[in-house]
Design a protein around this ligand. Structure first.
Ligand SMILES: CCCCC/C=C\C/C=C\C=C\CC(=O)SCCNC(=O)CCNC(=O)[C@H](O)C(C)(C)COP(=O)(O)OP(=O)(O)OC[C@H]1O[C@@H](n2cnc3c(N)ncnc32)[C@H](O)[C@@H]1OP(=O)(O)O
Length: 304
């Protein structure tokens, strides 16, 4: 675990800037009854993530704002972990809703440029950050809801899968899934475990082998997402579902969540360094690097 402090140092170095005390993100002002003072709310942001915590409800909104596609770069992952840790340690926060501030894209998954043409040390640092993000999110004590307001392939899908509940915009142009095989790479065992826990073994096996991406209505059919709503109803729906989950006593819900997820979390914790070494040796193979370069070229060509 020699290099784990590298991420810790990045987290310590990276500043979390406070915003104003009365932010307007997610239309709080619009929801407030006229004539009443706004309920206490705290907001903070960094370069890639905006967070607004409503102290009266105990609910935070975390919005990804890393255009063009909210790819999960090393910087994004570091800032994500900082923001989540802040909320986890805040007694006023009991639940988080994740959404994108970038139109049409929830997250494009792991940043491919972090896995291509870099040093072995860089791959190791990047992978530790991916592990850290998942361990914190999947193991969170808070209620976590993904408000999937755009496409969400691979690592973006993992973020959604790691939450307690997934609500997606009903637009069939938005797709979601673990499509790693299409890039010539392999979803690691803990992506797979998280997927299996949501959709079951058979569907996970077929989807992973084919690298399937599902339009939102298809994803609903087999439980990859829990419900679909029109885009304009997404926030309201996420808040309503959150209120339902928060109506239960925290300790009972948290112990149940931990019981359901512990084996999968423990498996990565026990094999963390081995998983880093597997990733580094896999991703640095010339054949895999070639596949990633071709995939990036295909993305660029698709535009022209
Ligand atoms: C046996 C041992 C195994 C051990 C484990 C080993 C390996 C595991 C390894 C890795 C696991 C990885 C999981 C991942 O998350 S990989 C990432 C997968 N992501 C994708 O496939 C998404 C690709 N992107 C898209 O499909 C589209 O971009 C998207 C639908 C998201 C948006 O489409 P849109 O048309 O709006 O935008 P584009 O023009 O395509 O993109 C704009 C811009 O952004 C660049 N880009 C897109 N996605 C990524 C990305 N994930 N990383 C980096 N950059 C990305 C794209 O190239 C464009 O750039 P430019 O041309 O404007 O420069």
């Amino acid at each position: 675990m020699a290099a784990v402090p590298t991420l810790a140092r990045r987290i310590a170095r990276s500043g979390v800037r406070p915003l104003c005390r009365w932010p307007l993100a997610w239309g709080r002002a619009a929801r407030q009854p006229p004539g009443l003072p706004l309920a206490p709310c705290r907001a903070f942001s960094n370069n890639k993530i905006l967070v607004e915590l409503d102290e009266s409800s105990g609910v935070a909104m975390m919005k990804f704002k890393s255009p063009p596609v909210n790819s999960l770069s090393l910087d994004f992952l570091t800032e994500f972990c900082i923001s989540l840790e802040k909320l986890e340690n805040d007694r006023a926060c009991r639940g988080v809703i994740f959404a994108s501030a970038v139109p049409r894209i929830f997250s494009s998954g792991l940043d491919i440029t972090e896995m291509s043409g870099k040093s072995m040390e860089h791959y190791a640092e990047f992978w530790r950050a991916v592990q850290e993000m998942w361990l914190r999110l999947y193991g969170s004590n808070m209620v976590t809801i993904a408000a999937v307001n755009g496409s969400s392939p691979a690592g973006g899908c993992l973020v959604a899968l790691s939450c307690d509940y997934r609500i997606m915009v009903e637009n069939p142009k938005f797709s979601i899934g673990l499509n790693e095989a299409q890039l010539g790479i392999v979803a690691p065992f803990w992506f797979k475990d998280t997927f299996v826990n949501v959709v079951g073994h058979r569907i996970a096996e077929r989807s992973l082998q084919l690298g399937s991406l599902y339009p939102a209505p298809e994803a609903l059919k087999f439980g990859l997402v829990d419900e679909l709503v029109p885009e304009e109803k997404l926030q309201e729906k996420a808040m309503a579902v959150m209120a339902q989950w928060l109506a239960l006593p925290d300790h009972a819900r948290q112990l149940t969540k931990s019981m359901m997820r512990k084996a999968v979390l423990d498996r990565l914790v026990a094999h963390r360094e081995e998983d880093v070494q597997n990733f580094v040796s896999f991703i640095s193979k010339e054949s895999i690097q070639k596949s990633l370069r071709m995939y990036m070229e295909m993305l660029k060509k698709k535009k022209s």
